[in-house]
Design a protein around this ligand. Structure first.
Ligand SMILES: NC(=O)c1ccc[n+]([C@@H]2O[C@H](COP(=O)([O-])OP(=O)(O)OC[C@H]3O[C@@H](n4cnc5c(N)ncnc54)[C@H](OP(=O)(O)O)[C@@H]3O)[C@@H](O)[C@H]2O)c1
Length: 245
């Protein structure tokens, strides 16, 4: 089962960044794509450009999520919508920063899989692509976001076990820094301007290309985890900060 066997896809977080680039890449291969996000104007522009079907949905509205997604026949799910709040300052985080991050990156992420994966398994055809992060693999001084992406990591690995024998493949993609609206949304224009451009970062199209590669492998191949980072970015190491007193 490769890309030629798949007819339909659903991409969450399709109004910007990685999601929008993935809609373009899938549509260019003749896949009928449903593009999900809240910003209708963005979705409509993407639909005009690519032929994708726009679907305005707040993924944190759980009832609407199930009512809208469960009836759909989806071969490829790109479970991509996500955000960051209070990324590097947990000690100053507002309670709603914690709730919004976990609601969006973990709860909604799981509900989307729960809504679509049973249909894939019943049809014995499907590929789930979960967008994790290097923040789910390494400590990056982002307790809330890291917790949410760590959940994506373990959910993906556990789902692989449950999906065995169903005909449904699962790939988790863990990007390093990608230039998108993510930081603008997470920390504002000024923070994004200071952060982006320090080195040659990934582009959304790099992640879209990786997704296309993963879904186009032959049936017997499951790319379970892909870590993709800029050449000029690496993770790990030890930091020592003596106590300040
Ligand atoms: N950029 C990076 O460096 C990076 C690195 C690693 C992983 N990631 C992950 O990659 C994924 C995509 O991020 P990105 O960088 O492309 O960010 P982005 O440009 O900010 O796009 C985020 C998308 O998520 C959608 N979204 C957020 N909350 C939603 C909700 N409640 N309901 C429906 N849609 C919602 C947004 O659409 P609306 O606002 O229109 O609803 C938008 O389309 C995220 O899971 C992120 O954690 C990003």
């Amino acid at each position: 089962m490769a890309l030629t066997d798949y007819k339909t896809a659903l991409v969450t977080g399709a109004s910007a960044g990685i999601g929008a680039a993935t809609v373009r890449a899938l549509a260019a291969k003749g896949i009928a794509v449903t593009a999900v996000a809240r910003r209708v104007d963005r979705l409509e522009a993407l639909a005009t450009e690519t032929g994708a079907t726009p679907l305005a949905l707040d993924l944190n509205d759980t009832d609407a999520l199930y009512a809208t997604l469960e009836p759909l026949e989806v071969d490829i799910l790109v479970n991509n919508a996500g955000l960051g709040r209070a990324m590097a300052n947990f000690l100053e985080a507002a309670p709603e920063d914690i709730d919004l991050t976990i609601d969006t990156n973990v709860s909604a992420f799981l509900h989307v899989v729960r809504a679509l994966a049973p249909g894939m398994a019943a049809r014995k055809r499907g590929h789930i692509v979960n967008i994790g992060s290097v923040a789910g693999l390494y400590p990056l001084q982002s307790p809330i976001y890291g917790a949410s992406k760590g959940a994506v990591r373990l959910a993906s690995q556990n789902l692989r076990i449950e999906l065995l024998g169903t005909g449904v493949r699962l790939t988790e993609i863990c990007p390093g820094r990608v230039v998108t609206e993510f930081l603008v949304q997470a920390a504002g224009e000024e923070a994004a301007r200071k952060t982006y451009g320090q080195f040659d970062e990934l582009k959304p199209e790099d992640i879209a290309d990786t997704i296309m590669f993963a879904v186009d492998t032959p049936w017997h191949v499951n790319l379970s985890t892909i870590e993709i980072v800029p050449t000029e970015q690496a993770f790990g190491g030890v930091q020592i900060v003596p106590m300040n007193n």
